[in-house]
Structure formats: structure tokens, C-alpha cells
Design a protein around this ligand. Structure first.
Ligand SMILES: NC(=O)C1=CN([C@@H]2O[C@H](COP(=O)(O)OP(=O)(O)OC[C@H]3O[C@@H](n4cnc5c(N)ncnc54)[C@H](O)[C@@H]3O)[C@@H](O)[C@H]2O)C=CC1
Ligand SMILES: O=C(O)[C@H]1O[C@H](OP(=O)(O)OP(=O)(O)OC[C@H]2O[C@@H](n3ccc(=O)[nH]c3=O)[C@H](O)[C@@H]2O)[C@H](O)[C@@H](O)[C@@H]1O
Length: 620
């Protein structure tokens, strides 16, 4: 089924006009010098027996993903897993990242990722398929991977520009441009080039122009298929997406290319969820989706400030408002503001686009979403200082959580950084940090890099910021604990809560209803068996083959706390034990609403811990 909804062709007459996304008409791409390119690759070979693949309009047999980061790595893995007949290779210029993808120490910590990589990369026992034998060669050149591909995804980073025209708002296209150059040099005629990275509206035209400049007269098809996965749920999001967006040009060739990509996804995504649009709509829709999520969070966070000032309770307000089906209950959790590498940058990209188009009031509207977010975490930090008698001198402050959200080791744009910076200005004795999902070495590296980069906003010779791998050591002799990531380990573990958590996670596969098991059935069975055995990882179906052994001098084996599959603290925290070793009065600032339910907070009170929560007035 072709993606539906191509607009009328007349709008494509505009395609050749210059991009409106930058005030400088000469160049869309950043003028920053290109980083030296040294590319390595991984080869998720393949694995399974299942898919009911419809006849391809342009058959895709070989996919190359340029960029093996948080999006490229998991996307390549899931596509390889679900498409036994397609050879999928991910390449990256970061050789260390590639080494880790090919090892037992994956560069990304995502629930379910490791299991899927093991099958897609190493093959499987009992469910093996033709592609397995092809997988895993490490010595192939990037050029060859691109040259052999029928379809190339671009999944490289597109951060906010740090300097130059549009600094602080425009998208830095340096990596994207480099990837397009690489593709232009090596791709075969007729290759389908897919923008997976989040890019400004009308980028496809620039891709087209660059390819045409490098390879005059050679036809390529450009698609936009932005990714909507969220950190911490990447595998679930990829396996069960709300929608897959495919933007294409309305030419016969563009439609065939869109159909070919739709067929790749249709191996596991219901066709009704594969939405076709024009290229500009797909590019813009991605940025708008993130902007609207950010706007929702800023809206509810603004209301949390009113709750704190009036005595209304934010959870009650959210429950009342969210039960209106038109509003909906999701993405309304107030907190210390959104972090991460994408929401802020995509809102800013929208701001820049609006400014470039002369729509100042539109730009101003979206800019407020970001400033409200910054206010929110500033308000939280000031509340901590105020409760501690306006002085942190001689006091130890403990921060629980550093990743920008739960279940991820992604520490980019962590909201916690701003809180640390503000509190450090108050000269506390020490700021202690613990995160159950992050490798302490990675947290230290991120803090040092941020301090170095933003030297002018970080106090020189401030207090030590110490990263702990043990939560009790982090909290010992602490005057105040701040919860800044919604990790389940920090929830109070009275029985009622544990039951709620377990039952909310449990689901059962509807097995054997079909004549033939699909890979999705196998995944559901695998997950269900793990749940029954109360394990997060394992091989209940005995599908895994031996993982590659690490070299004797493997640097990852030496890292503190590293376990196969990433770092994860072993158990929920025991608040009785923590309260025992805290300094009085024992303050707990819950920036993520995880100690919120009243009965649990009152149990905290019975331990002598004063809880201050976002969106609530005073102590509970
Ligand atoms: N992180 C997330 O959860 C999501 C990110 N996105 C978007 O996806 C894109 C990628 O994001 P992430 O995966 O988070 O970034 P990332 O920084 O984790 O990964 C990008 C990778 O591309 C590599 N790279 C850069 N230039 C290259 C080149 N010329 N050749 C080969 N490799 C190159 C980098 O070394 C890096 O490993 C961005 O546009 C982002 O906005 C979209 C949805 C979710
Ligand atoms: O383009 C991207 O990179 C991705 O950005 C977000 O995903 P992500 O940033 O990984 O995570 P979110 O779940 O959106 O959380 C973002 C931030 O908002 C916070 N948040 C989220 C939800 C909520 O109710 N309250 C809240 O404070 C989180 O703690 C986190 O700091 C989007 O949710 C994804 O759909 C999108 O693909």
C-alpha cells in the first residue's frame, strides 16, 4: 500500500527555491569546519524467520545507517532483527562507539537493546536465518557499505549551533552535511537516501542539491522519515511505534522509494501506522511533535508554580485536567523541566525557522516554552536554598539522578547540571551525585566537559562535585537530598508501591493465536518469561549464541561498575537506612514527583524526612 496523503504536486514547484531556514541565503549548512572523518562500522547481520514481507516495489536488500548513536544503533538493530532478508550495516566515524557496538559493552544502555543486538548482530540458536552468515564483518570500509546499500539512513547528530550565524537556536548541520558528502561520493545511482536525523524543514532540497552537485545527472531519491523514539523506551518505541512517517516527493520515483521504505517497516509495523506525507511536512512534523511535547511540559510546570503559591495540589490538578479525553493524561508530569538532547534543541530550531520566515510573534511564542523550562529548575534550586536557611555553607547536598530521564544512561543536556551549577554558587561543603543507570566515569566526564565548555558560568574553585557508585555513601551525612531523575530505585518500597509497579509492568503475549509465530510474538514471549522469573535480562528461550569475548586489555572491562549491558545499581534504595545517616533536619526535595503519593510521603515523615515536592506547598 502506498503511503497516503501526497499533496498536490504544485507545491513541489517551490522545491528549488533557496532555503528559508537561515538568514544567509548562500548556505544552509553551518560554516564550521568539518570534523576529521574517520569512519568505522558495525554489521548487525540478521536473524529471524518471521516477517510476512509484501512484495517490494523496489526491493531493499541492503541498508546502511550512517551514524550509530542513540537513534542509528537501535534503529539498525530493530530493522535487522525484523528483516531477515536485509543486510543492515551501521557505520560511524567514532571508532570507539563501533568497537563497543561490536562488543559486549554496548555504548547505549536501553532496556531490551542488548537482547536485540545479540540476536541481530550475532545470530540466534533455533531461529536462525540466511543472513546470519553474512553478519559481523568488521573490516569493510564505510565507502563499501554505502556503495552496496539500496537505502541509506542518515542518523547523525544535529545539535544546536554553538557559534556563528544563528548560534544558540539554528541547527548545526556540520555532521549532517559531512554524511551527505560521504553518500554523494559513494552511493550507487538510484540509492534511496533517508533523513532519520531531525533536520529543519526543507533540508531535503539541500540534500538533493548536494547530491546533484557531486554527481550530476545521477538520480537519487530523498525521503524524510524522522524518528520518534524516546530515550529509556527506545526499543519499545521502535517495536511498537505510534506511527512511522515517510515523506517523499510525489513523483513516480519518489512514491516507489516511499513504498520501498514502507515495506521495510511493514515487516513489523501495521500498515495503518505508516503515514505518507510530503517531504516538508515530515521534516516539520518531527520538530513540531517535540515542540508540542515541550510546550505541554512547560504548561504544566507553570501551573506547578501556581500550586506551590496557592496550596492547590498539582497531582490533583493533573488528574482532573488529564481525564478530559481532549487533553489526555500523558506527558503532564511536572518536574524540574525537560532535559535531553532533543526537546530544547527542536523548539529552538522552530524558533529560528519562524524568525527566518519573519514570523517574530511565532518565534517569541515558542521561545517562552524554553524560558519557562529554565525558570522551573531555577525555582527548584532556589527553593532548596530557601529551605536550608539561605545558606549551604558547610552542608553536603546529595543529588539522586543525573541522566536526563529514567532508564537511560544519556547524560546530554541533563537538567541536573543547571541545578548543580546554581547550588555550587552557594559554597556547600560537597555536592554528591549518584545515578543507578549511569557509569560514574561517564557522569564525571560530562560534568568536567560542561565546566570546561561553560567556564564563564561556572564558579572557579567551587566545592567538590563527587560521583558515587553507592547510594548510601552518596547520602551519608547529607543535609539535603534532591531527586532529579525519576528512577524507580528511588521510590519508596513499601509493599503497596511494589505491587503497583509490578502489576503495571506485567503483560501477557497472546500466543499461538496465529499459525505462524512472528518475531513480535517471540519478543512478547521472551519479555513475559523474564517478568515471570523477575529478571531484567536473560535468555529464557535459549536463543543467544556466545557473545564476542573482550580483548585482555578491553578498556570497558576496566571501567568502574561496568557490567555487560551497562551499569545498573542492584536494588531499590532503603530510605530507612538513608534517613539514619542523614543530618537533621533531613530534607528531601523531590524534583520528579516520585515520593508524591500522600501515604508514601507521610511514611517518609515517620522516618523524620521532610519532603518538599514540585507543585505542592511546604512540607507534607
Ligand atoms: N536521541 C534520541 O532519543 C533521538 C534523536 N533524534 C535525532 O536523531 C539524530 C541523531 O541523534 P542521536 O542518535 O541521539 O545522536 P548521537 O550523537 O548519539 O549519534 C550520532 C552519531 O553520528 C556519528 N556521526 C556524525 N557524523 C558522522 C559522519 N559524517 N559519518 C559517520 N558517523 C557520523 C557520531 O559519531 C555519533 O556516533 C539527531 O538529529 C536527533 O535530533 C530523533 C529521535 C530521538
Ligand atoms: O527527538 C527526540 O530526541 C525525542 O525527544 C523526546 O524524547 P526524549 O527527550 O528522549 O524523552 P522524553 O520522554 O520526551 O523526556 C524528555 C524530558 O521531559 C521530562 N518529562 C517527560 C514527561 C513528563 O511528563 N514530564 C517530564 O518532566 C523527562 O524527565 C525528560 O527530562 C520525545 O518524547 C521523542 O518522541 C523524540 O523522538
Amino acid at each position: 500500500m502506498p503511503p497516503a496523503g501526497h499533496p498536490d504536486e504544485s507545491m513541489y514547484q517551490d522545491m528549488a527555491s533557496s532555503s528559508p531556514t537561515t538568514p544567509d541565503d548562500h548556505s544552509f549548512f553551518s560554516s564550521a569546519p568539518r570534523a576529521e572523518r574517520q569512519v568505522d562500522h558495525i554489521s548487525p547481520g540478521y536473524s529471524s524467520p518471521s516477517s510476512q514481507f509484501a512484495d517490494a516495489h523496489r526491493s531493499v536488500r541492503n541498508i546502511c545507517c550512517v551514524g550509530a548513536g542513540y537513534v542509528g544503533g537501535p534503529t539498525a538493530t530493530v530493522i535487522a532483527y525484523q528483516n531477515p532478508h536485509i543486510r543492515v550495516t551501521a557505520v560511524d566515524r567514532d571508532a570507539q562507539r563501533i568497537r563497543r557496538w561490536n562488543s559486549r559493552h554496548l555504548p547505549i544502555n536501553e532496556p531490551g537493546l542488548r537482547d536485540m543486538v545479540r540476536i541481530a548482530r550475532d545470530g540466534s540458536k533455533g531461529f536462525s536465518s540466511a543472513n546470519e552468515a553474512d553478519g559481523g564483518s568488521l573490516d569493510v570500509e564505510t565507502e563499501r557499505c554505502i556503495a552496496e546499500a539500496d537505502l541509506v539512513f542518515i542518523a547523525v547528530n544535529t545539535p544546536t549551533k554553538g557559534s556563528g550565524v544563528g548560534a544558540g537556536a539554528a541547527t548545526d548541520m556540520t555532521a549532517f552535511e559531512a554524511a551527505v558528502c560521504e553518500i554523494a561520493r559513494h552511493a550507487r545511482a538510484g540509492t534511496i537516501v533517508v533523513e532519520k536525523s531531525t533536520v529543519p524543514c526543507r533540508t531535503a532540497q539541500l540534500v538533493q542539491d548536494m547530491l546533484a552537485a557531486h554527481r550530476p545527472g545521477v538520480r537519487f531519491d530523498i525521503l524524510s522519515s524522522p524518528e520518534f523514539l524516546a530515550a529509556g523506551t527506545a526499543i519499545q518505541d521502535l517495536l511498537r511505534p505510534d506511527r512511522v512517517l515517510i515523506g517523499s516527493s510525489p513523483t513516480p520515483s519518489g512514491r516507489r522509494a516511499a513504498d520501498a521504505l514502507a515495506d521495510v517497516y511493514a515487516a513489523w509495523v501495521p500498515r495503518a501506522r505508516i503515514i505518507g506525507t510530503n517531504v516538508w511536512s515530515a521534516e516539520l512534523a518531527k520538530v513540531v511533535a517535540n515542540a508540542m511535547l515541550a510546550q505541554r511540559l512547560s504548561s504544566i510546570n507553570s501551573i506547578s508554580a501556581i500550586c506551590e503559591a496557592t496550596g492547590a495540589d498539582i497531582d490533583e490538578v493533573v488528574a482532573a485536567v488529564g481525564s478530559d479525553a481532549r487533553v489526555g493524561a500523558r506527558f503532564l508530569k511536572p518536574g524540574i523541566g525537560f532535559g535531553g538532547s532533543c526537546l530544547k534543541k527542536d523548539v529552538l530550531s522552530l524558533v529560528y525557522l519562524a524568525e527566518s520566515l519573519g514570523l517574530g510573534h511565532v518565534a517569541e511564542y515558542w521561545r517562552h516554552v524554553v524560558s519557562m523550562n529554565e525558570q522551573q529548575r531555577d525555582r527548584f534550586s532556589r527553593r532548596v536554598v530557601r529551605c536550608l536557611n539561605n545558606t549551604l555553607v558547610g552542608k553536603k547536598i546529595t543529588i539522586l539522578g543525573f541522566a536526563f530521564k529514567a532508564n537511560t544512561s544519556d547524560v546530554r543536556e541533563s537538567p541536573t547540571m543547571d541545578i548543580i551549577r546554581t547550588l555550587r554558587d552557594e559554597n556547600p561543603l560537597e555536592i554528591a551525585i549518584f545515578d543507578p543507570c549511569c557509569n560514574p566515569a561517564a557522569v564525571r566526564q560530562e560534568i568536567e566537559a560542561t565546566m570546561k565548555r561553560d567556564q564563564n558560568t561556572w564558579k572557579a574553585n567551587g566545592c567538590p562535585v563527587i560521583i558515587y557508585s553507592d547510594v548510601y555513601e552518596a547520602c551519608a551525612a547529607s543535609n539535603a537530598i534532591l531527586i532529579t531523575t525519576e528512577c524507580y530505585e528511588f521510590k519508596i518500597t513499601w509493599q503497596a508501591y511494589s505491587i503497583e509497579r509490578e502489576s503495571s509492568k506485567r503483560f501477557y503475549p497472546t500466543l499461538f493465536a496465529r499459525r505462524k509465530l512472528t518475531e513480535m510474538d517471540i519478543i512478547a514471549l521472551h519479555e513475559s518469561l523474564l517478568q515471570l522469573s523477575k529478571c531484567e535480562e536473560g535468555d529464557p528461550l535459549r536463543r543467544f549464541v556466545e557473545e564476542p569475548l573482550c580483548a585482555e586489555d578491553c578498556p570497558d572491562c576496566e571501567l568502574v561498575g561496568t557490567r555487560a549491558g551497562g551499569y545498573r545499581a542492584e536494588a531499590d534504595v532503603d530510605w530507612r537506612k538513608i534517613s539514619h545517616h542523614m543530618k537533621k533536619p533531613r530534607w528531601l526535595f523531590d524534583g520528579k514527583g516520585i515520593i508524591a503519593p500522600k501515604e508514601i510521603a507521610s511514611k517518609m515523615a515517620s522516618l523524620g524526612i521532610h519532603v518538599e515536592s514540585i507543585g505542592r506547598q511546604g512540607n507534607l
